[in-house]
Design a protein. Structure first.
Length: 346
């Protein structure tokens, strides 16, 4: 019998080949699975932040109003997000050192800045060089608190109201000595703004921080100081200091009988110290959103609001977009004042 012939090539019968339609269905299922898995991963990533302690850098000394408000908010954020938000004070150069530290930190949500008006909105216009760019190096999260200062004077100053003080400014108070928390601080520029508006020639005495500056007035070494309200209140209540005016556009709830500077003049006098949360640029948006929601929630809680009000700080939570706009307006305001006063720090 002849040997059976065999083909050198093995081919797949048409019935065994996967159809194009079956391939398309399989690809669609796989793509849906990938997309679903990716979405679940993103949700899990959002829900998992934070998974370890978060460092909140305060660019000023312990014990001041910026530090105290940071500690109150950090405690509530720790409770709300289930991880410790701990304070690290990095003082120096008017807040620039601590601010620069956060600007260079990894943008992972685990190093945040308890931002202050001075390094963020004033110093960029005051210093010829800074180790950070306040606009480009940070992403805003939310404004947290605002608080006006109070203009205090030593008891022997012969004026019991701001109106009386302003009326005697050029005669009896032309060459007063005023304290500040440091060159370029908001306490320095606020005094210079009023000095220019009243046409007086006050002498600036810079101290190393708000505490020493306040004690300079209490001891009578200097005549005036624009103090934080909480720090000044004990001395005002005991008569060791006179409270003449506050620096916002509306009266401070802690000093309802004390007028604002703007009530007498200049009308546009508006000097608010403020704090808020910033993160390094590049921080993932889902982390920024998580922090914003948590911060807005805790700042709206009656318990924290009461604690902050006791410190003279008014809670002012904002959306990310609102805080971005607020920083821009504050920066423009201080830029104008710095140019008007021809103030500069090399």
């Amino acid at each position: 019998m002849p040997a059976p012939t065999t083909s050198p090539h093995v081919t797949t019968a048409p019935a065994d080949r996967p159809s194009r339609r079956r391939i398309a269905i399989t690809a669609t299922i796989m793509l849906a699975w990938i997309l679903s898995d990716g979405a679940e991963f993103a949700v899990a990533q959002t829900a998992s932040y934070p998974t370890r302690p978060v460092r909140l850098v305060v660019p000023f000394e312990p014990g001041g109003s910026t530090d105290v408000t940071a500690r109150l908010v950090a405690k509530k954020l720790s409770e709300r997000l289930g991880q410790n938000f701990y304070i690290e004070n990095r003082a120096g150069a008017g807040g620039n050192l601590g601010t620069a530290l956060v600007a260079k930190a990894a943008p992972d949500g685990y190093t945040l800045l308890w931002a202050n008006v001075a390094p963020v909105a004033i110093n960029p216009h005051l210093y010829s060089r800074l180790p950070f760019n306040a606009t480009k190096d940070f992403v805003p999260i939310t404004l947290a608190t605002v608080f006006p200062n109070v203009m205090v004077a030593k008891p022997s100053l012969p004026a019991d109201s701001f109106a009386a003080f302003a009326g005697k400014a050029k005669t009896e108070f032309n060459e007063l000595m005023y304290a500040s928390a440091g060159i370029g601080s908001s306490t320095h520029l606020a005094a210079e703004w009023l000095n220019a508006a009243l046409g007086t020639k006050w002498i600036h005495v810079p101290y190393k921080g708000g505490g020493p500056a306040l004690m300079g007035v209490v001891s009578g070494q200097v005549d005036l100081y624009f103090s934080s309200v909480p720090a000044a209140l004990p001395h005002v209540s005991t008569g060791r200091l006179k409270a003449l005016a506050t620096t916002g556009l509306v009266r401070d709830p802690a000093l309802p009988d004390i007028p604002t500077v703007a009530e007498v003049g200049p009308r546009d006098f508006d000097v608010l110290n403020w704090n808020g949360l910033l993160a390094p640029t590049g921080t993932p948006q889902h982390i920024v959103d998580t922090l914003n929601r948590a911060a807005v929630e805790v700042l709206a809680s009656p318990e924290l609001k009461e604690l902050l009000l006791q410190q003279g700080a008014l809670p002012q939570p904002m959306t990310q977009a609102e805080f971005t706009g607020y920083i821009g307006k504050e920066s423009e305001k201080w830029a104008r004042l710095v140019r008007t006063l021809n103030a500069k720090i090399e």
